[in-house]
Design a protein around this ligand. Structure first.
Ligand code: PEP
Ligand code: MN
Length: 337
């Protein structure tokens, strides 16, 4: 249920209504937009009806949220959610580019990539320390050592870092090093993990599941929001189809689709979608044309020797020239990079 307050309503009105809802055992989320305040009350619809909310003087109207996702929906929060991280705001006019290797491999390699992508205009450095590999025999990541290298790269370059959390038991450890927590495609429906990051105070990059619908993805975001963490960034990374020439199929139509359904920022990861370095640049341009809030691009100092996802990783110089092209396109579209 959405409770829209009259303009000019005070903090005391918000507190009073919230308290009454709490007493009835309902969950309360307040969204204070520029124009109006909305209280989202979540719980048993029958109790909500009984609460006679429209009778409160500060209440303008009471509306049901018909969609299964409530806090993630545009009905609950009209304005775009903007997430400030370092010197960038994700969900703004600026296109935020996150770049780095699939996995953190060596300190020197990571530093080389970090320095280079920073120079080219990336705003965040990515790199997995805990890797969700299809084979138990493949490189599983450096663990805490990898997290330390990420922190060193941040200290040297000023780039904020994003890394994947796979297991709630590592939450405290990853939280100590990362500026943004990634939930990988394979864990989009790991609800205990989603609840765990919902309790954390860091922005969460939530990748779309391998075969998940947009609704299922938004329901996963809802798990995080419901725990009180409102800083969720959605990431489209391709979905499984019958096509085998590409690793997955990039669903670009989900960018404007999600922007209509939800206030959360959405970024695009063409690297995991196509799985081939030669297709990454055109898909980055297409994603910008589709209105993405950002891009996640895998970059490696020497893709042939990468321990993970080498075939889809861009060389440093190719990333640099792609960034120039993105900048020109962004300008033409009235966006910034
Ligand atoms: C990754 O970002 O390296 C990764 C494993 O991505 P995904 O979860 O989208 O497969
Ligand atoms: Mn990867």
């Amino acid at each position: 249920m959405i409770i829209v307050l009259k303009s000019g309503s005070t903090q005391a009105d918000i507190d009073h209504i919230s308290e009454k809802l709490h007493e009835k055992g309902l969950k309360v989320h307040v969204s204070q937009g520029e124009e109006r305040t909305i209280i989202g009350a979540i719980g048993d619809e029958r109790i909500l009806r009984e609460a006679a909310l429209a009778a409160y003087p500060a209440v303008e109207k009471v509306l049901p949220i018909l969609k299964p996702f409530k806090l993630a929906s545009r009905d609950f929060h009209k304005e775009d959610t903007r997430i400030t991280i370092g010197d960038t705001v994700i969900g703004s006019n600026e296109i935020c580019v996150i770049a780095g290797p699939c996995s953190v491999e060596t300190r020197e390699g990571l530093l080389e990539v970090a320095r280079s992508v920073k120079k080219s205009g990336a705003k965040l450095l990515r790199g997995g320390a805990f890797k969700p590999r299809s084979s138990p025999y493949a490189f599983q990541g450096l663990g805490e050592e990898g997290l330390r290298y990420l922190a060193q790269a941040r200290d040297e370059t000023g780039l904020k870092v994003v890394t994947e959390l796979m297991d709630p038991r590592d939450a405290e450890l990853v939280d100590r090093y990362a500026d943004m927590i990634q939930i990988g495609a394979r864990n989009m429906s790991n609800f205990n993990l989603l609840k765990e990051v919902g309790k954390m105070k860091k922005p969460v990059l939530l990748k779309r599941g391998l075969s998940s619908t947009v609704k299922e993805w938004l329901m996963s975001a809802e798990y995080i929001l419901d725990e009180g963490n409102m800083d969720v960034i959605l990431c489209e990374r391709g979905v499984r189809t019958f096509e085998t020439e590409t690793r997955n199929t990039l669903d670009l139509s989900c960018v404007p689709l999600v922007q209509g359904m939800s206030h959360l920022p959405i970024i695009v990861d063409p690297s995991h979608a196509v799985g081939r370095a030669d297709l990454v640049a055109p898909m980055c341009m297409a994603a910008v044309a589709a209105g993405t809030d950002g891009l996640l691009i895998e970059v490696h100092e020497n893709p042939e020797d990468a321990l993970c996802d080498g075939p889809q990783s861009l060389r440093l110089e190719d990333f640099a020239s792609l960034m120039k092209n993105i900048k020109s396109l962004a300008r033409a579209l009235g966006r910034e990079l």
